[in-house]
Write a protein that binds this ligand. Structure first.
Ligand SMILES: [Zn+2]
Length: 166
């Protein structure tokens, strides 16, 4: 159900929530995963025209009723944290797509974010401190660099960050 590219995206280290733009060339980790560049990025899912089920990443047929009548759906940017964990050590490669070593590995958060329309998205989190995460907290989509490719360009992926209390 998940594409290889999507799995890689979710298993990658974070470069920090505020580092979004730089002078480096930036390319998305996969086509048709999120809208970008934009200040209001959205994940690209699909919606079944027959039963209304929404999926992410987008699929060519409905996983519930098998209808082929699915259309692209831009998902809401905000949701709530459904559950989470933190990755405290360097995962095995593959499937891990990061380029750091065990020495310079930085822990990162991974979680499920429930968006309106009852779609659940597995995602990297910008916050890796479990004491600053709680189930049910509001989360918002961000696009950020997560590694550099062979040419030194930044590969961009999506993550969810806690919405600051105002
Ligand atoms: Zn359906």
């Amino acid at each position: 159900m998940l594409t290889a590219a999507y799995k890689s995206a979710t298993l990658s280290p974070t470069a920090g929530p505020n580092v979004v733009r730089s002078s480096l060339k930036q390319t998305p980790i996969a086509e048709h995963l999120f809208t970008w560049p934009t200040d209001q990025p959205q994940l690209i899912g699909s919606r079944c025209s027959d039963c209304g089920v929404v999926t992410f990443p987008s699929q060519g047929s409905c996983p519930k009723c098998t209808s082929q009548s699915v259309t692209e759906a831009l998902l809401p940017r905000r949701g709530t944290l459904w559950t989470f964990t933190t990755q405290e050590f360097l995962p095995k490669t593959p499937p891990y797509a990061g380029t750091e070593s065990a020495e310079d590995f930085t822990p990162y958060g991974v979680g499920y974010v429930e968006l309106p329309d009852h779609v659940m998205v597995e995602s990297r989190l910008t916050e890796s401190d479990p004491h600053r995460l709680r189930i049910g907290m509001p989360m918002e989509l961000v696009i950020e660099p997560f590694r550099s490719d062979a040419a030194g360009d930044e590969v961009m992926s999506f993550a969810f960050r806690p919405v600051e209390a105002r």
